[in-house]
Design a protein around this ligand. Structure first.
Ligand code: PEP
Ligand code: MG
Length: 892
């Protein structure tokens, strides 16, 4: 017989933390906390296998499930001394979903289940507090009707608001027992009207309704969307947790809250969180009341006039501190805990590894290692390399003028500017149209996930640090300001106003998620830098890393940025990017438009000093580190003017007839330029271009070498090679230039000549090419394009259906297609090494900064990866994790 149900409670459990796949994250941790002897209300978990069964069998349950649930209910009954459905002493339960990974978008929670017209009276008697009993019942009707019966929340809100208006109340706490009782009657009428049948009174029917709703929500659109975004397979399923109720709404000695063992925004080691006295869990998350701080320190910092838990409930606070120590030590990581206090007794409802910002993740990992809780290698493995992106983005310049509109909570750090939009659909549409937006909402819900993804940042006017917006934004690494209560959002008018300023949709604001400020207009930002824990962790990563990390850079600014971020050289300098600047483009055009070699040489001789000066600067910035310079790659027509106005302008500046320009344009026009006259083919047709570039490189190496006192060893790279013969022809040009410059200057420059591997034929002939080439650099942008026969510029229009249908796991231009392109890399590596044992191997396509691809490069045995400057730290960490054989993104 399959065991479908696992119980926990009273210091023991049938499950444990390791059974996450079966029990879901919440269930496994409830079991674990019970085993640790922590105060957990008894309950049971219906396994994820039931969910799988449910969907495999036309949404039905295994036959023996009912008996196992009944037995588990009586186990809970024995521990609590109550009976489910009993009219005098009823057991009430909560029902919660709990997948392996926490999943917003699924049915979350139904509290107070088991209440009906009869049991509510028993609860009133046993608690001696009728108001509490009716309050709990009306909460149950609202929640159950909403998440199980599908009646929207606002119907109930409306009834409640009408009642409050009529009685002249402003707060929910103004309502008496009789008020709630009257409202319960109206709520039931509402349900019957909406549903055509009465609110279910039978606790068994309620329970199975809630269980069915949890399983049903596994396949709702929001959950499906979330799984898509986070690569969670539908086959995992969710578990259902049923747990004896404890009540945070039993008066002033009761409370409910959430707490982190370390600050999830900054990583500081301090108990951090929020709680509400006389409330139930959903009140904290929903942002209906402003929560209170847990510690005095936090209360003082926030300037709140409401007492902290430390002051209001010192014994409970002490117990929470004790438990947090136990949990953090046990799980060896920062914990995110949910708790309820019932008449002075603390109960733990959940613990899990807490979500955190990248900044906090670094500090926590480094401090846990320094505290000896984890090793430095584990610390390195704990950081998701991609999350570092959050820290590698600009922040607001402290000297910039700030026109502060309002200040909310600093919910997720980083700064962002964008146009105001008020709906997630609009955010998504604007993003598609290439515009940057800030999503402004009163509050967000799981329906807003797509808009939050599309936005640069999120601003809400309601909700605390643990509101939906705050939690989700932190997970996404997006700046967020939450609870900016001074701002009034008018969805109908599409405006936001504060302090006499009204901004309409489309106007620009800036949010600073590190201070909570909302600013008018866009504001000057500062470049990020590596320091503190970030630098420490990078140092640990560097110690275990085998592959070197270089950068793709050609401008002095990019090269400096790359070096600051720890780049160990330049893996790709695209010389064509140097051709567009200032006067150069004129000489480049002159060269392209020349009628013969003599004309071309004349133009190239003007380019030579400019190109040489560029290289001197680059070699100087990168002094002591290798620099790979690639010869001209793109089709020449990219440099020519195309519109009539431009043609007229260029023709006159070059003293040439516009007709001739048009003719040359037509000659150079290609149907398929990516497969056309580009790469090494340019140097084959016009060796004088390669000659000029090689001369510029060698002369610059001599000059920079003298100036810095460090010899420069340039690596000259030939693009788009497919045969050894091509390589040899261009190599000859380079070698003769090296000799010429040595003769002229008396300085012999050491150098290497290598090639990009970006065509399948080059892969197959890698052995032959390696007879001449001293290094290979995989140009995986072109290699992907040419291997898959998919244009890198046009893939966007159809690739989406390939990933959506699972034909390709990921976008092959983002993450290496390991089965195809990856195999080509392996073949070229093997054939190249067979001929030249010590051939240097690297990658310089966009994939060089993608953590998963970096990991793959480690398995191929490349010597280095090269990526854009801002991704250098990401690649350093990914390379370290790859060397450790750890998860590239181990943080669930
Ligand atoms: C490549 O093709 O991967 C590459 C780095 O070159 P480019 O992107 O300049 O074509
Ligand atoms: Mg290329």
């Amino acid at each position: 017989m399959t065991k479908w149900v696992y119980t926990f409670g009273d210091g023991k459990a049938e499950g444990e933390a390791g059974m996450r796949n079966l029990l879901g994250g919440k269930g496994a941790n409830l079991a674990e906390m019970s085993n640790l002897g922590l105060p957990v209300p008894p309950g049971f978990t219906i396994t994820t296998e039931v969910c799988t069964y449910f969907y495999d069998h036309g949404q039905s349950y295994p036959q023996d499930l009912k008996d196992q649930v009944t037995e588990a209910l009586s186990f809970v009954g024995r521990l609590t001394g109550r009976t489910f459905g009993d009219r005098d002493n009823p057991l009430l339960v909560s029902v919660r979903s709990g997948a392996r990974a926490s999943m917003p978008g699924m049915m979350d929670t139904v509290l107070n289940l088991g209440l009906n017209d009869v049991t509510v009276e028993a609860l009133a008697r046993s608690s001696g507090d009728p108001r509490f009993a009716y309050d709990s019942y009306r909460r149950f009707i609202t929640m159950y009707s909403n998440v199980v019966l599908g009646i929207e929340h606002h119907h109930f809100e409306q009834v409640l608001d009408e009642h409050k208006d009529r009685k002249g109340y402003s707060l929910d706490t103004d309502l008496s027992a009789d008020d709630w009782k009257a409202l319960i009657g109206r709520y039931k009428t509402l349900v019957e009207k909406e549903l055509g049948k009465p609110f279910p009174q039978d606790p068994q029917e309620q329970l199975w309704g809630a269980v069915g709703a949890v399983f049903g929500s596994w396949m709702n659109n929001r959950a499906i969307k979330y799984r898509e975004l986070h690569n969670i397979p539908a086959s995992w399923g969710t578990a259902v947790n049923v747990q004896a109720m404890v009540f945070g709404n039993m008066g002033e000695t009761s409370a409910t809250g959430v707490a982190f063992t370390r600050n999830p925004s900054t990583g500081e080691k301090e108990l951090y969180g929020e709680f509400l006295i006389n409330a139930q869990g959903e009140d904290v998350v929903a942002g209906i009341r402003t929560p209170q701080d847990i510690t005095e320190k936090a209360r003082i910092a926030s300037g709140s006039d409401k007492p902290s838990m430390e002051a209001a409930m010192p014994e409970v606070y002490a117990e929470l501190v004790r438990i947090y120590g136990i949990l953090e030590k046990h799980y060896r990581d920062m914990q995110d805990m949910e708790f309820t206090v019932e008449r002075g007794k603390l109960w733990m409802l959940q613990t899990r590894n807490g979500k955190r910002t990248a900044k906090a993740a670094l500090r926590i990992a480094v401090e846990l290692a320094n505290e000896g809780v984890i090793t430095q290698e584990e610390a390195v493995n704990r950081i998701d390399p991609a999350s570092l992106d959050q820290l590698l983005h600009p922040t607001i310049d402290p000297n910039a003028e700030r026109r502060i509109l309002a200040t909310g909570l600093p919910a997720s750090p980083g700064a962002a500017s964008g146009e105001v939009v008020f709906s997630s659909d609009e955010a998504e549409a604007a993003k598609k149209a290439g515009r940057k937006v800030i999503l402004v909402r009163v509050e967000t819900s799981p329906e807003d996930i797509h808009g939050m993804h599309a936005a640069e940042g999120i601003l809400t006017t309601r909700g605390g640090m643990t509101s939906h917006a705050a939690v989700v934004a932190r997970g996404m690494g997006k700046p967020c300001v939450s609870g900016a209560g001074a701002i009034r959002v008018d969805y109908a008018a599409q405006t936001m106003s504060v302090g006499g300023v009204t901004l309409a949709k489309g106007e620009t604001i800036t949010i600073d998620g590190s201070t909570g400020q909302v600013l008018q207009g866009s504001v000057k930002m500062l470049e990020p830098e590596l320091s503190g824990e970030f630098a420490t962790l990078m140092g640990w990563a560097d110690r275990v890393r085998r592959m070197k990390v270089r950068a793709n850079a050609e401008t002095p600014l990019d090269a400096k940025t790359a070096r600051n971020f720890g780049a160990e050289g330049i893996g790709l300098c695209r010389t064509e990017h140097m051709f567009f600047d200032g006067d150069r483009i004129i000489s480049v055009r002159e060269m392209i438009l020349a009628d013969d070699e003599a004309g071309r040489r004349a133009a190239l001789s003007k380019l030579l000093p400019m190109q040489r000066a560029d290289f001197v600067e680059l070699f100087t910035i990168m002094s002591g580190l290798p620099v790979t310079i690639r010869l001209l790659d793109p089709p020449l027509h990219e440099f020519l003017p195309h519109t009539e106005d431009e043609i007229a302008e260029v023709a006159s500046s070059l003293n040439m007839s516009p007709d001739k320009l048009r003719r040359r344009n037509a000659e150079l026009h290609e149907v398929n330029p990516m497969l056309g006259f580009r790469g090494v083919r340019l140097a084959i047709a016009y060796p004088e271009i390669a000659e000029m570039q090689a001369r510029a490189i060698f002369e610059a190496a001599v000059e920079a070498g003298k100036a810095t006192g460090q010899p420069v060893v340039p690596e000259i790279m030939i693009p788009l090679v497919m045969t050894k013969a091509e390589f040899d022809l261009v190599n000859d040009v380079i070698v003769s230039m090296a000799e010429a410059v040595a003769a002229e200057t008396g300085v012999t420059v050491e150098y290497q000549v290598g090639t990009m591997i970006e065509l399948p034929r080059a892969v197959l002939k890698a052995g032959e090419i390696a007879e001449s080439a001293e290094f290979f650099s995989y140009g995986t942008n072109d290699l992907t394009q040419t291997a898959l026969g998919i244009s890198r510029d046009d893939a966007g229009s159809f690739l989406g259906s390939y990933t959506a249908k699972g034909i390709l796991a990921t976008d092959p231009f983002v993450t290496i297609d390991q089965d195809g392109v990856g195999e080509l890399m392996r073949i070229a590596t093997e054939r190249g090494r067979q001929v030249r044992k010590d051939i240097k191997l690297g990658i310089c396509g966009e994939h060089g900064g993608d953590p998963q691809s970096v990991r793959f490069c480690e398995t191929v045995g490349l010597d280095y990866v090269s990526c854009s400057p801002y991704r250098v730290p990401i690649a350093r960490l990914a390379a370290a994790q790859a060397a450790l054989g750890g998860n590239v993104a181990s943080q669930a």
